[in-house]
Structures are given as C-alpha cells and as structure tokens.
Design a protein around this ligand. Structure first.
Ligand code: SF4
Length: 891
C-alpha cells in the first residue's frame, strides 16, 4: 500500500494485544457492500489489497457494476495466500520445478533462484490402498505397502521439502488434505507482514484438487485449480478470473430426523446440476444455514465440483467459531477471527439477502435419506430405490450361461452383490457426527448378531487420525470392528480408486459372468472405474448407510421394506432397527469430544518413523536416476518448447462422446497387469503383479504418455471395436496404441486434434489429463463444452480449447477416417472468447465450415498459449528477471 495510499487507505484493528492493518471494507464502500455476496466481498478485499493504480480502480468499479446485472465480463487478479496439493498432483508439479531448475542450470543460471513465492503444503494422502482390511493392524500394514511401493517418489517429495523454499510435506498417516486443511491449516483470518507492518487478512487459498472448496464450509475462500494454474500462482503470477456469477442457495428449515449432511450434499448436487451450474460460485444464505454445524456445511461445500460449481461457500458465524474451538484452535485465534470478520463486513447475517446472479431455495426439512448413482453423483435417488434402478440395467450373461448358472446355484451371492462397502473420502469422514452415526448402526447390528457377508470388502478410512480417538471414547471401535469396519488408514483409499484387490469370491463370480458387483461408498464420485477398474456401478451414501448396505450384501435391496438381514434368532432386522436417533448421535459426540486431540493426533502422525527414515538428497538439482520407473525429467520443461497455435490441417486422433472424464483421459486407479503400460514397466524390471496405480507414476512422463486414454469404457467413434487405448492411424489404416499413432503423425509432420462432446474433462483436477494430450501432440481440443479446471489445464499445456457451435457436436459432425480438420488460430488472433474459423475437409472432398469459440477466458490465458503454456512461460520470466537482455527463442 505504498504507491497510492489515498485511494483505499488501510485501517487498523486491535486483537489479542496486537495492532493489525486491514482493508476496512465497510468504511471504504459503505452501505452498498452488503449488497454483494460474501464471496465477492472477499474478492474485493483481495483486489484492494493486492492490485494497484488504474487497474485497481477499474476492478473495484467493475465489482460494484456487477450488482446491476449480477454478472460481469470484467477480469480481476486474484492472489491467494497459500497453495495446497496432494502427493499425486504435487509430484508432477514438483517434477516440473526440478526440471525447470535443470533448464535454468543449462542456461547458465543458478538453479536455486527458482522457488515458490507462496507457502505450498503437500499432503501425502492419495496413495494409500486397502490391501488388508477387517483387522486391527490394517493401518500399519497398508502404510508399509504404501511406503514400499512409493519410496522413490516419497524420497523425491522429501527432497522438495528440504530444498525448495516454502514447501511443507505432511507424511502418510496425517490424514486427507481437505481434512488437514479444515483441522490444521486454515486460519480463517491470517496475519502477514507487509513493509514490516502486521496485517490481518482473510485466509484465501487454492488447491490442486477439485474438492478444495470443502474449506468453504468454514468461511475460507478457496477452490480447486489444475496443477499448472497452481504453478503460475506459486511463481508470483496472479490467477486471473472473470468476476464470477454467484448462485445463491437459500436454505430454510431444519434437517428432519434420519436425514444427514450427506443427504443434503447429494440433494444440492442434484438441484444445482439440474439448473446447469457450470463454474459459477455458489454461496449459501438464509436462516437454514444457522441450523447446520460447520462440519455439516463442509460436507456440502466439498461436493462443489459435483454440482458444477467453483465454490460452495458458507460465511463465518458462531457455528464456525464452535468448529474452530472444537478442533483445538486457541482463544487468540478465535478472538482475531471474530473481531476481524465482524469488522470488515464478512459476518453471516441469516436475514440478509445479497444480490445473486440466480437463486434457488432448498427446504432442509424436505431433504430425505438418499443415495446417488449408480454412475453419476448427480443422479439422486431415494435410499429405497437402489433395486428399481438396478433392475432396469442390462444384466450381462456369461458367454457360457450354463457355467454361470452352475456357479450361481452353488452359492447364495446376489446378482448385484455389494463388493465394496467403504466409509471413505474427505467428504463424509471429516464430520465426526457421520462416523459416530455409522458406529451406532454397527453397534446395533453387532448386538443383534448380524455379520457382513464374506463377499463384501469393508473399510473405514477416516480423513483425520483424530477419528481413532473419538470413536474409541464413544465406545464404538469394537462395534465397527465386529462388522468389518476396522480403520484401514488415514488417506483417500477407495475414494480415489485405491480399493485394493476385490475378494476372491467376487473375482471368481465375475469371471463366471454370474454377477455385476456394486460399490457402496461415502465418497463423492462413482464414475465407472473410479472406485475399482472392474466396477462400473457405485452408489454414494452416508457412512451409516454404507454399514447397512454392507450388512445387506445385496445392492438390489429396498431398504424401506426389505430386512437388512435376518438375525441368528430368525428375526428380520430392518433399517429402522439399526438407525440411530439424532439424540443418540449427539450424546456420543459429546462423550467423544476432545479438542486437544485434533492437534496431538496430527503431531504424532507427523512423526511417522517410516517416512522420516527415507533418505533424500539435499542438492539444488534433483539427481535423476536414468533407470527410474517413477521419476523422469519431462520433455516439456524446456526453454525450447514453443506455441501450438497456428494455422494447420489436422487428423482427429480420437473422436469421443459426452462426459469424458479426466479418469478416461488419464486414469488414476490400478495399472492392469495385462496392459501395454504393464508391459512397458515389466520390460524395465517391475513386478507385473505389483505395479501400483497410475497416479503413482505421474512423475514418469513415459508411463503417463502410454496411460493416456487407457480406459476400457472409452468409446472412440473413429472406428468401432478398437482395443483399450488404441486408435486408427488413418494413412496406413492400422489400429495401434494411441501414443504410437501420435508418434507416427509427429514423425510425418502431421498435426492432430481431438474431438469430443459435452462436459469434456469432467471430474478431478489432474493436470496429467492435459499433459498427456500435449505429449500426444494434440494442438486443439474441439468439444461441445469443457469442464472448468480441465479447460484451464489444457491452456496451461498450450493446447487450445475450442467450443463447438451448438448442433455441431461429434454426432452431427459424423467424422469418418480420412476427414481432416483445419484450424485457423494464428497467435496474434487468439484473445478471450474469440471466434476461430474451422473447416472440415471430408475424405470424399466435401468441405464444411463453422466458427468455434476459443475457450480462453482471460488475456493471461491467451498470453500463456502464445508462450506455449505455463512451464515455458515461467522459464522465460525467470530468465528475463535475472537477465533482461536474454532473449529466449521458443522456435
Ligand atoms: S475427494 Fe477423495 S480423492 Fe479427493 S481428496 Fe477427498 S478423499 Fe481424496
């Protein structure tokens, strides 16, 4: 605040004996401030604090002009205060930094000049697999497997935390990143020094994970970005965004008995998807907000990507302070949060009705008990409807029907068995009341003598190591264990696809074609193959319902009428016999509460001896091992990488349909032992039966190139019936692995593009989905629509997203082998949302043309495309900052 102190002068605030400078929004902007949604007030604070001069005045004016229409095309620069990553998104980002350090060294510069300029926290949570379950020692055994499999990558993470300034790594066992964020990292109001003066500022952050908005549940503004966008922020560039449209969700009433936060989250998902939310900010308001605990709000906020939103924001109120207190935050922190948030006009008022772009209303009292699925989180169902939805599915019979019938007659497994029952995911394991409710169902089942059928793989993977303590104090550990729900560890486990091997009896039945197994999980996603590569059906539900489905063992059940199980005494036991009352949950929660445990359990877990025993180098340059199958220097971290823009004629490498997820584009789950990727790794000395998951190989570009589009449910419309991860090389009419076809085109000097339908890149924030496409040489993706983070990741890798005009999707285009696509995207012509001429030149000589819209939202994105993506851009800026005379020619 040195250049023009008169425009927006800072004020001061006393809290806990310290005087802080701050941006006092009500003083600066008066009564019109409260007309803005709270998320926009937070962005306004960020703009006033960080932007300067005429740009700042214009941005502030634009934010208030937003009030007129509830929308704006104006851009603002957002500068978050910290970055959160997990081990699989951080590994490629940190590998890029290590490779950029190599590039600087080769350019004659000191590599240690390259460090993140913001705090970067990394949680090692995504690689824990459920190898063993249903036993007390499962956490230790599973962690040993995890560290053995990932030790090279984990040594690299330790190198990064030792050598790169500002990078902290939380070891395996400390919990899931979003739970760590809620319980440990978030300050809600943070302090920093500017020109030696202490400032109080809102805690604002970004995370390289789409569920980062979970932190919105306690009033911290943050959202998920791709790893590449995070790299731009890490290196001092702001993230540019259009002033967002904000959807207000007015909550009224109270959740009725039986309904839980999970049911509300699934309802919100269905309601917001139904109105076509796509990238907007969502903010909750109205009297119903006050009826939700901060833990319940975090469950709802977590599913923002599932409802298509960037945020799912709940402002700060007394319930937020209760949460901070219950997780061990100090009185000093609480005082600063309350004093600051009230002072700057961010405190929640249940009667306030700010201006929103659109609003919807949800009566909490009308939210029933729900499940969602079996293949998309927005497909909301009453909990009793699993049977009717499964009955309607095509049930594949074995080629040898007699063998299948013989198998089925031999056992009593239902045709849609619950193969996986997982209390998993940050979504529903961070709020203690949900785990307590699951424990109470387990207790009642245990007392009635119920057992989980042998074909069900059960697991409990809490988001926080504090869970073990509060479940123990509530007296529920033994009950959960009695029905198979022993804790398997503290990490993402089944939610990210690390569900481990299926029970042998399920594998045998699948091989006989006698069953179609189903997952029952408390996660947030159920896309085919997400939870396990062999499972294409999954229902999302609350933790207590997971226990009930596990006990039933049969997904084709109507839990409103059918008994969950028949007890040993012959009595049919129904869900209502097991379901806890709200009072029972509250009583056990009070019994279990211990605020100090959240900090102490985290501290003890951080001392993980297996982690600290890993030796890591401390050299400024990372010593790559040429024989490594985990870490390879990527070719795109180079000063010679150039722009992919231009005017060209291209072959479509792949033609895909709607809802292509990032799991389709770059899988995260287990590497199939019979795949081409497995062959590649086995040829380099790996054990075919212990190849780990794709996500663990993201430090090795050669593996990830071969993994691109490795998904057996992917339908490549270029030619029917191709093997997994294959496509057609048009000139030779040969079907080959996709990466080999891409290489052939590259060798011949040919360009390639990809064509897809609606919502291309839906799902998680993985930047490898974009990096894989860059390595395949894809210059542009032409799709009917793009999911927000993937669009941004494509730009981060220099690939032009082009939105096809309405009525011009892949079905209408009807591309056949030999058709070519001409794109006219010269660098100087590419600007935000510009029109790009496209011609389709048919193999039969016919030509048609249309204009696609560049999926470029800001000028910064257009500049990144001209630079060739984020990494070349960071290198150019770093070199230019050290040596202004240096000219780096990307050509
Ligand atoms: S949503 Fe699942 S994979 Fe993502 S951070 Fe949470 S637990 Fe992990």
């Amino acid at each position: 605040m040195t250049d023009e102190p008169d425009d927006f002068p800072p004020a001061s605030l006393q809290s806990a004996g310290t005087e802080f400078a701050l941006i006092d929004l009500p003083v600066l902007f008066g009564g019109q401030l409260c007309r803005l949604p709270v998320v926009l007030r937070l962005l306004l604070e960020n703009v006033v604090r960080n932007m300067r001069g005429a740009e700042r005045r214009a941005a502030v004016a634009a934010m208030f002009q937003w009030l007129e229409q509830g929308t704006s095309q104006a851009e603002i620069a957002f500068q978050p205060g910290r970055v959160l990553m997990h081990d699989t998104t951080s590994t490629p980002a940190l590998v890029d930094i290590a490779a950029m350090r190599d590039a600087l060294h080769e350019a004659g510069l000191d590599p240690s000049i390259l460090n993140p300029s913001l705090p970067v926290d990394v949680s090692v949570d995504h690689s824990l697999a459920v190898e063993v379950f249903g036993r007390r020692d499962a956490p230790g055994v599973n962690m040993q497997h995890e560290i053995r499999r990932n030790q090279e990558r984990y040594r690299f993470l330790r190198w990064a935390s030792q050598v790169l300034r500002g990078v902290r790594v939380f070891p395996p066992g400390t919990g899931i990143m979003h739970t760590i964020n809620l319980e440990q990292l978030a300050t809600v109001v943070t302090t920093e020094k500017r020109d030696g003066v202490p400032w109080a500022v809102p805690d604002m952050m970004i995370g390289t994970d789409s569920h980062t908005p979970m932190i919105n549940g306690i009033g911290v503004l943050g959202w998920g970005v791709g790893g590449l966008e995070a790299q731009t922020v890490m290196f001092g560039m702001p993230t540019m965004l259009r002033i967002p449209d904000v959807i207000g969700v007015r909550l009224t009433g109270l959740l009725k008995p039986g309904s839980l936060a999970t049911d509300l989250a699934l309802t919100v998902t269905q309601r917001l998807r139904a109105i076509g939310v796509s990238g907007e900010f969502v903010e909750f308001f109205g009297p119903g907000v006050s009826a939700l605990s901060a833990g319940e709000r975090a469950v709802v906020a977590n599913m923002a990507p599932e409802y298509g939103a960037t945020t799912g924001f709940f402002p700060v109120d007394p319930n937020t302070l209760d949460y901070l207190r219950s997780t061990g935050r100090s009185a000093r922190v609480l005082e600063l949060v309350e004093t600051y948030i009230r002072r700057v006009g961010l405190w929640f008022d249940p009667d306030a009705v700010p201006r929103f772009t659109r609003t919807i209303e949800i009566d909490l009292g009308a939210v029933g008990m729900h499940i969602a699925g079996p293949q998309r989180p927005q497909d909301l169902l009453d909990f009793s409807k699993a049977r009717s939805i499964l009955e309607a599915l095509h049930f594949p019979r074995a080629a040898d029907a007699r063998a299948a019938d013989a198998w089925a007659a031999d056992g009593n497994m239902p045709r849609f068995p619950v193969a996986i029952a997982a209390i998993t995911s940050c979504t529903n394991t961070s709020d203690p009341s949900l785990l307590i409710a699951a424990g109470l169902v387990a207790r009642k089942a245990r007392r009635l003598g119920l057992k989980v059928p042998a074909w069900v793989k059960t697991s409990l993977g809490p988001g926080s190591p504090a869970a073990a303590g509060y479940l123990e104090r509530a007296g529920l550990t033994e009950d959960l264990s009695a029905v198979g729900f022993d804790i398997v560890g503290y990490g993402c486990t089944t939610c990210i696809g690390n569900s481990g091997p299926l029970p042998p009896v399920i594998r045998d039945a699948m091989a006989a074609g006698a069953i179609r197994p189903v997952a029952a999980l408390s996660g947030n996603r159920n896309f085919p193959g997400r939870v396990h590569p062999d499972l294409d059906l999954g229902f999302l539900m609350s933790p207590p319902l997971v226990v009930a489905f596990a006990l039933a063992g049969n997904a084709e059940i109507d839990l409103s009428r059918d008994p969950v199980q028949v007890a040993p005494d012959g009595r049919p036991v129904h869900l209502e016999d097991l379901w806890p009352t709200r009072e029972e949950v509250a009583t056990h929660l009070a019994m279990a509460s211990d605020a100090s445990e959240f900090q102490s359990a985290f501290r003890i877990a951080s001392e993980n001896p297996l982690w600290h025993a890993l030796q890591a180098p401390r050299t400024p340059l990372f010593p790559w091992n040429p024989a490594s199958t985990a870490l390879r220097r990527p070719p795109f971290a180079s000063v010679t990488e150039g722009s992919l823009l231009g005017r060209y004629s291209a072959y479509p490498l792949l033609v895909l349909g709607d809802d292509i997820t990032t799991d389709h584009i770059s899988p995260a789950s287990g590497i199939p032992a019979d795949s081409l990727v497995a062959d590649f790794l086995v040829a380099r000395g790996e054990d075919r039966n212990d190849l780990n998951v794709f996500a663990s190989r993201r430090g090795n570009w050669e593996v990830m190139l071969r993994a691109a589009f490795h998904n057996k449910t992917l339908d490549n419309k270029l030619k029917a019936g191709m093997p997994v991860a294959h496509t057609l090389h048009v000139p030779s009419a040969q079907v080959q692995p996709i990466w080999e076809v891409a290489q052939r085109y590259r060798d011949a000097g040919e360009s390639v593009v990809l064509v897809a339908g609606e919502r291309y890149g839906t799902g998680s924030s993985r930047d490898w989905a974009a990096k894989g496409q860059r390595l395949l040489g894809i210059r542009a993706v032409l799709a009917s629509s793009f999911e927000r983070i993937h669009r941004s990741n494509l730009i981060g890798m220099g690939i032009l997203p082009l939105q096809l005009p309405q009525g011009c999707g892949p079905t209408a285009l009807n591309l056949v082998p030999g058709d070519r696509i001409e794109v006219d995207a010269e660098p100087q012509a590419v600007s935000p949302r510009c029109s790009i001429p496209v011609r389709v030149v048919r193999a039969n000589g016919d030509v048609s043309s249309f204009h696609a819209v560049a999926g470029v939202e800001t000028q910064l994105e257009a500049d990144l495309l001209r630079d060739g993506g984020v990494i070349p851009s960071i290198l150019k800026r770093t070199i230019a900052a050290r040596d202004p005379a240096a000219h780096v020619d990307p050509s």
